[in-house]
Design a protein around this ligand. Sequence first.
Ligand code: AMP
Ligand code: ZN
Length: 115
Amino acid sequence: MNPSCLFCKIAAGQAQANIVYQDELVTAFRDIHPVAPTHVLIVPNKHIQSVNQAELDDEHILGHLFTTARKIAEIDGISNGGYRAIVNTGVDGGQTVFHLHMHVIGGQRMQHPMG
Ligand code: AMP
Ligand code: ZN
């Protein structure tokens, strides 16, 4: 845990969040500035700064982000309609919180193009 990291604190229960799901590897909570009816962030409980710092040993955690996205979609009833899973990386990728996270966004039709 990085004591100066907001998402580490949320995963450890030391900062408030609307938690949707948690297990030994990940914590999922609702984004405070939702861009769609469903906007959930899934974070590894372990501090990984971004995809740039992801190691081979982390692959079970990174894979778990996707199966948790599926679970979140089921919880919010958006599996059939579809949804978007996004991982912003670095400043040009739009990352503002430097603890790796997956956005799960849905409940409305997504717009194209991205970027
Ligand atoms: P990113 O721009 O990909 O780094 O996404 C960071 C996201 O974290 C943004 O969508 C913010 O709205 C969200 N966020 C920041 N602080 C909190 C918080 N305390 N609880 C929930 N979501 C947050
Ligand atoms: Zn962290």
